[in-house]
Design a protein around this ligand. Structure first.
Ligand code: FES
Length: 310
């Protein structure tokens, strides 16, 4: 390259056939073909990535197709900018905010002189690049759409506790009214969900024998704690840790994560710690055979979650 070619000049100072208006490549047609092949291969790789993702192909195939697609598109884009664009450098006078008539004429003359075929080929490359980017945009949505998992539907609002559900321990044994001594605690589930895939984490419940007598934790809950048994959700209302520690003398349930404490005699209102609301209470009753059963599902949403934001 001569000194003349390295010196920045205004477009108006260039002749139509000035080398600085020409692409850097010695053989632009060949470079265009190579770039076109890169765009096509890149597009095919990205389409292959979409197909692999859809059929849950092995991770290496996902990586290879996505990497190959981005690599070939990138090579094409870089080569286009490096070898097909006018090599310049060009400068505009600072005080000139719009191209002068002479500039526009000079540029138009240069373009015309290079021929319409070049423009046609560049349009083709532009179309190939646009197609590749479009495929990339579509396949980029696949992980988003397929990896979000199933909709939670009603599971955020309800557990598997139903009216008449038997209270069972972790082995599936039904709990009877005489099973727990005063001061004892047990993790229980609705029958049929303990240790099984059907059960949800929100089903787990702590059952505490507070006394021998029925008692009321809150107004409106007069029948919820028969024979001194009271049941609360085991899912902490702060961040969802299992509330499994029971301080018998103080009658407090303690969450081990951030030490929230819930008084089991007054509806598990938080006495200490960051929990923002009481543990939901499960209404219980004792049937004619002496088994503990639930009167209904929880009356409130269990654990922390979207309802905290309202
Ligand atoms: S998760 Fe229970 S206090 Fe934070």
């Amino acid at each position: 390259m001569t000194d003349e070619h390295r010196t920045p000049v205004s477009l108006s100072g260039l002749a139509a056939n000035d080398p600085r208006l020409q692409p850097a490549a010695r053989n632009p047609e060949l470079v265009e073909r190579v770039i076109g092949v890169c765009f096509i291969v890149g597009t095919l790789c990205l389409a292959g990535f979409g197909a692999c993702y859809w059929i849950d192909a092995q991770p290496w195939k996902l990586g290879a197709t996505l990497g190959g697609g981005l690599l070939f598109l990138g090579i094409g884009i870089v080569a286009w900018g490096k070898y097909l664009m006018p090599r310049g450098p060009f400068v505009e006078e600072r005080h000139t905010l719009a191209n002068s008539e002479a500039d526009r004429n000079a540029l138009a003359a240069a373009i015309v002189e290079r021929g319409g075929g070049v423009m046609q080929r560049r349009k083709l490359l532009g179309g190939l690049l646009g197609g590749g980017m479009g495929i990339f945009g579509i396949v980029a949505l696949f992980p988003l759409l397929r990896s979000l998992g199933p909709l939670p539907k009603e599971t955020l609002q309800h557990t598997d506790w139903r009216s008449g559900s038997y209270v069972v321990d972790q082995t599936g044994r039904r709990v009877q009214v005489g099973d727990l001594a005063v001061g004892s605690i047990e993790t229980v589930f609705p029958e049929g969900t303990e240790n099984s895939d059907r059960g949800q984490a929100v089903d787990q419940t702590v059952l505490i024998r507070v006394s021998n007598e029925a008692f009321t934790t809150k107004k409106g809950r007069e029948t919820w704690a028969p024979h001194g048994y009271v049941a609360y959700s085991k899912v902490c209302t702060h961040l969802g840790c299992p509330v499994g520690l029971y301080e018998q003398e103080l009658q407090l349930l303690v969450c081990p994560c951030h030490q929230s404490m819930f008084n089991v005699t007054n509806g598990a209102v938080p006495q200490f710690g960051p929990a923002p609301r009481p543990l939901p209470q499960l209404p219980l009753y004792v049937d004619s055979s002496g088994y503990l059963r639930s009167q209904s599902d929880y009356h409130e949403a269990v654990g922390p979650g979207f309802w905290e934001r309202s």
